[in-house]
Design a protein around this ligand. Structure first.
Ligand code: ZN
Length: 435
């Protein structure tokens, strides 16, 4: 339906107000869709460290850079570095009272978990048991070689506590979950009413631990059966992918960045990361494509970072081992989550670089593009943070509104709408050209 409608509009209005043929924009959205569908397909294994998903994604980006004729600082576009990473390449099983749960939908294994196999008895705990010294002590006696299970509790119960009490709760939770050497349990399960949100880990913790959706709870829990096998890589080689387009002026550089890595696989569950951040790479590549045939005023460096999800490791490596003089950076833009936009975009560092923010707002208003351009202060929540720490000016921009899937198995290409991608892309071209 949508495609048909836009084709009809295209025939009626082949040129928009700015004299840029509309088919160019349509083409760009098509290209972005292609990039998202490719990078977030199951064949890229969630761009993590099972089945070399990271390498496969990096190779794809490298081929696109090559195709657009981007220049490279070294013999190729790769900047390699090593990471430690805990992975789960084999099927993960968790059954409660004989009912087999689905990995990714019903439960997650904590990313730092070691292997654990077997059938176990459980010790159930409530938030109240943890908060009371006496109750917790009596439970502690029961836990050796059993799974400790924390039953659903209201987060509110904990956040409204006195600081000393909530500190106690969190440190006991950490003890149960990550199993410091004194924890004699076989493992830990926490039931939650919140959405399941996964991450990655660069180390292996003491105990295996799960977070389970409270909808999968069947009380009382009599037996649990688990099978988790982790595989830890001490020194996995991964990479940033870096290219540039020379501008009319080469004394200053504009740096565009997006991370391509995501969480990979947890057993059979694939975290495809369509919004986070195949969409940001789609923006990066769309802009690389544009500026490779439209010579920019300043040289533009394009960086696809690896290992962002593990704690901004790729960007940290880059600012410590830069391929150009970072002090010549006129401005940077970091694209991390670009797939919706129903509520416009949010601009991290907007209040830090107010002149550029005001210009962005004005450009957006004049061209009547995005529904909103919202200001935000500094936040160390993506790769730009490493540039912030070096006092290099720039924005981190993300889209707002629309689907809420995030760090879960539901962040998939078939449900990512790219609602405002075309307008966002158009705004970025204008903004970069005006810098
Ligand atoms: Zn991200």
């Amino acid at each position: 339906m949508k495609t048909l409608r836009s084709k009809i509009l295209l025939l009626l209005f082949p040129f928009n107000l700015f004299g840029i043929p509309q088919y160019l924009y349509a083409f760009q959205t098509e290209y972005a869709r292609e990039v998202v569908n490719t990078l977030a397909s199951d064949d890229f294994y969630g761009r993590g460290y099972v089945k070399n998903g990271d390498k496969k994604a990096a190779e794809f980006i490298k081929k696109e850079f090559e195709r657009f004729g981007l220049l490279s600082f070294e013999d190729n576009y790769f900047q390699s570095f090593n990471i430690s990473i805990n992975t789960f390449p084999k099927q993960i099983q968790l059954s409660i009272n004989g009912k087999k749960l689905t990995a990714g939908k019903d439960f997650l294994v904590e990313p730092g978990s070691p292997s654990v196999q077997g059938t176990f008895e459980v010790v159930e705990l409530t938030a109240d048991d943890i908060l009371s010294n006496d109750k917790f002590r009596s439970k502690l006696i029961e836990i050796p070689d059993k799974f400790t299970v924390l039953l659903p509790y209201e987060i509110k119960e904990i956040t409204e506590l006195k600081k000393t009490e909530s500190d106690r709760f969190n440190s006991i939770l950490g003890f149960l979950k990550y199993g410091f050497s004194r924890n004699p349990s076989a493992g830990f399960i926490e039931f939650t009413e919140s959405k399941l949100t996964w991450s990655g880990s660069t180390r292996v913790e003491g105990k295996a631990s799960f977070i389970v959706s409270s909808s999968a709870l069947s009380k009382p829990i009599q037996k649990i059966k688990v099978d988790v096998q982790n595989k830890f890589f001490e020194n996995h080689e991964t990479q940033n992918v870096i290219g540039y387009v020379e501008g009319e002026r080469t004394d200053s550089v504009i740096t565009l960045m997006a991370h391509y890595d995501h969480l990979g696989m947890m057993g059979e569950a694939i975290f495809t990361g369509a919004n986070d951040n195949a969409s940001g790479i789609a923006m990066l590549l769309s802009l690389a494509k544009h500026f490779s045939t439209n010579k920019p005023k300043y040289t533009i460096v394009f960086i696809a970072f690896g290992a962002e999800e593990l704690g901004l490791i790729g960007s940290k490596y880059f600012v410590e081992n830069p391929l150009y003089d970072l002090s010549t950076t006129k401005f940077f833009l970091n694209f991390d989550i670009a797939g919706t936009g129903d509520d416009g975009i949010q601009v991290v560092n907007g209040s830090v670089y107010r002149t550029e923010f005001d210009r962005l707002v004005q450009t957006n208003q004049e061209a009547n593009l995005l529904p909103a351009v919202r200001i935000r202060g500094a936040a160390c929540n993506s790769d730009h943070c490493m540039f912030d720490q070096k006092q290099i000016p720039g924005f981190y921009i993300y889209t707002r509104g629309g689907i809420q899937a995030y760090h879960d198995v539901f962040d998939r290409p078939e449900t990512l709408p790219l609602t405002e991608f075309r307008d966002y892309y158009q705004l970025m071209i204008k903004f970069i050209s005006e810098l």
